[in-house]
Structures are given as C-alpha cells and as structure tokens.
Write a protein that binds this ligand. Structure first.
Ligand SMILES: *Cc1c(COP(=O)(O)O)cnc(C)c1O
Length: 413
C-alpha cells in the first residue's frame, strides 16, 4: 500500500477491538492476572501482557506500532511529550562524562536541556552547524556517543543532508538520531536515509489539531551496538532484545523509572490525527509556498526564510530528501524591528498568536520576546533569534484568507 493509504489502514485490528476501527481507550492503571504464574512470567518478560500503565498500555502500544511502521522502524515508545522522548533517549545513550554532537538549530527546550541541564551531569554537547560536515567530524572524539539533528531546524529552517551525516556518524561507529517533528514521515523518513533513531513531538503535525501532547522515539533497529567499541554498556540489552537493544535500554532504565507515560486519550487523539496527516501536509505546504511568495513580494517585509523559495541555500537538499513533495509548513520573515513585529501580531484578526506549530490553524509568534526571552542577547544572536523575526506556522485554511489577514495587519503599520 502507498503512504496515504497506510496512514489510514496501518495497525487497524477490528477483529481484536469488537469490530471498532479505532483502538479502544484502556483508561486503567493496572491489569489483573488470572494466576500467580502469569504475573511472574510477565514481570520476567516471558509474556507481552500488561502490568501497570507506567510500564505499558494497550492503547499507547497501538500508536507505537503505527508510527514505528510509518517511519520504517522496528519498535517505538510513546511518551508524555516530545521533550520526554528527547530526554529519555539521550540519557539512555549517555553515561556520566560522555559527549555528543548536535546541530545548532535545535528546538528551544532541546537546546536548554542539552546545554544547561545536561551540563549538571557532566554531559557535554558539542554544537555544530548542521550543514558543516567537516565541523561535525572535527567535534567527534573518543567520548562521543551519538550525533543529533533535526530534519528541519526551527526557527533557522535549515535542512541538513541526513544521508551524508549518517555516513559520517557510521564511519566513527556512532548512531545518528533525528528529530523528525517538522518534516513528519509524510515528507521525510530519515531511517531510509541511514539515520538510526527517530524522535517526534506528536503534539505538532502528527496529532495536528493542537489537542494532544505527546512524544515518540522510534528505534530503527539498524545500529550494530556490539560492532562499535563505544557501547560496552549495551551488552545486557543486546542479549535481551537484540536489534532493539536501545529501545529496551530507554524503556527499562529511563521511561518506566522517570515516569514519562502519557494518558491513553492522547494516543487515541493522535491516532485519529494520523488519518489526515497526508492531506493536511499537502495543504500546509501548498499554502506555505504561496504565503512565502506573498510575503517576499510585500514591500513592508524585509526578508523571508523558506526552503521552497528560489535561492534558499537548503532548497537542493530539501528536494533530494523530500522527493519534491514540498518544503514543510514553517517559515520566518523579517520586519524592521521588534516594535513592527509586535504591531503585526497585535493587528492580526484570524491568525492565532500562540506557542505551538503544526496545527490546522495558522499560528504566529515572535520567538525573541517569548520562547527565547530568558536567553542573553548574545546567545540569541548566535542562534539566529533576531529581534526582527516572526515565525509563522501556516495552517490549512483557504490561503487567500491567510494572506488577507497578513495584508491588513501590514497595511496598518
Ligand atoms: C515541540 C517540539 C519538541 C518538544 O515537544 P513537546 O511535545 O512540546 O514536548 C521537540 N522537537 C521539536 C522539533 C519540536 O517542534
């Protein structure tokens, strides 16, 4: 089956669900067992029955299987937020004193986690330009445990070449982790390009309606932990779960002990959202290219950053990697200064001003005065969080209405 069909039909099992074509919501903390032997066997990992919601939940598992299948992975863990997925995955890979290399255009909370929180535990992230392979290679040393990238940087909107980065990682016996939130498996499947682990905030395009928070880590099962001499601590997990050693390590050491299990209602909503992911992404991207061109032609807009525009430095990589489907649904544009940005936001009538992206509704934010408010100015500048920058997550409304709202807001300046 092709991808749009798989989005709808993958992992639907009416025969198991009393004929229902949506997974039942198992809203219960614990599962009873018929015998002492069954409970003991389940604790011993000999059966795949359920014990307690923090460990596993049948509704959450359906979403794990579905997203894993859609990304081409071998197994997944659904967590309470994208940040839970980032934190648990990285911590499962790192031991005190270890290092990793990551691209500089990171989601804001990921950046704070990597640079501020991990530092407390003597974990070092070496931040490099994700488009600079030489710089990436030069940052690898014998303490490095992985390379971490985002498919589409935010708000830099830069696109690293995943295949080349995967080759570089593998040359040094390292796995490549990719946060694929902004591209979604509709636009890009990094495991097919050589990445080994995928992370998602399902809060964004996957659920798609601003209704559910969640995260997913997907193990590609493609990294040979035993072949690299960097991972002696993986031995018991390899013995237990073979190619899914990392999934087992994240689940056993971190997910269940850090308590990052989501309520199954979030999985249910996300499951429904996936039905229309393809349709929504098509429309998001069709709208975004039009809005980008409209903004680029507007006299009051100084610049527009969108990989679908001609001359964008990442356009060729996007076309190679995204197979001409499009360039994502996020863009940034520049006004004269912060004051002008505030006026635009305050003048908008339809477009919502809120901190999220990937919603059906068009959303705008001024990152420098919101998500990055607590950052020192110098650090903001290094990260490209300019005070004249507005970020737009283009929704699926009629594009004329999006452009009209922007026009009336700009006219009042
Ligand atoms: C939102 C986001 C996250 C964090 O996800 P939450 O669900 O908000 O915890 C991580 N990475 C990217 C790229 C995101 O956009």
């Amino acid at each position: 089956m092709k991808f749009q069909t798989r989005l709808i039909h993958e992992c639907i099992e009416p025969e198991k669900w009393n004929g229902a074509t949506l997974p039942p919501i198992y809203q219960n903390a614990s599962h009873c067992h018929q015998s002492a032997e069954s409970m003991s066997d389940t604790f011993g990992g000999k059966t795949d029955q359920h014990i307690y919601m923090r460990l596993t939940n049948p509704t959450n598992q359906v979403l794990e299987q579905k997203l894993s299948a859609l990304e081409g992975g071998k197994g997944a863990i659904y967590m309470a937020s994208g940040m839970a997925a980032v934190t648990n995955t990285c911590m499962a890979l790192l031991r005190a004193g270890d290092e990793f290399v990551c691209g500089s255009s990171l989601f804001m909370s990921t950046y704070l986690l990597f640079t501020k929180v991990f530092a407390k535990y003597n974990l070092t992230c070496r931040i490099v330009d994700p488009l600079d392979l030489e710089g990436m290679e030069n940052s690898i040393n014998d303490k490095t445990r992985f390379i971490y990238l985002e498919t589409i940087g935010n708000p830099a909107i830069d696109i690293p070449d995943i295949q080349k980065c995967a080759d570089l990682a593998h040359k040094h016996g390292l796995p490549l982790l990719v946060d694929n939130t902004l591209a979604t498996p509709y636009l890009c499947r990094p495991l097919e390009l050589g990445a080994n682990v995928i992370i998602h905030s399902t809060t964004k395009y996957l659920s798609g309606h601003g209704d559910a928070v969640g995260g997913m880590v997907i193990d590609g099962g493609s990294f040979d932990w035993a072949a690299s001499d960097r991972f002696p601590d993986f031995k018991p997990f390899i013995e237990r779960k073979g190619e899914l050693a990392l999934r087992d390590k994240i689940w056993r050491e971190h997910h269940i002990n850090f308590g990052s299990t989501p309520a199954p209602f979030h999985a249910y909503l996300t499951f429904i959202g996936l039905d229309t992911l393809g349709l929504r992404m098509e429309r998001h991207m069709k709208n975004t290219i039009k809005v980008a061109q409209h903004l680029a032609d507007h006299s009051k807009v100084n610049w527009v950053n969108y990989p679908g525009l001609k001359n964008h430095p990442c356009r060729a990589t996007a076309e190679k990697q995204f197979g001409h489907l499009g360039y994502g649904g996020l863009l940034t544009f520049g006004m004269d200064d912060q004051e002008a940005c505030f006026q635009v936001i305050n003048n908008l009538k339809m477009i919502y001003h809120l901190a999220n992206l990937g919603d059906c509704k068009t959303l705008i934010i001024h990152p420098a005065s919101s998500q990055y408010l607590s950052f020192p100015e110098q650090e903001r500048n290094q990260l490209g969080i300019r005070s004249d920058l507005l970020r737009l997550s283009v929704g699926i409304e009629d594009v004329e209405d999006i452009c009209n709202d922007i026009d009336q807001a700009l006219t009042k300046l």
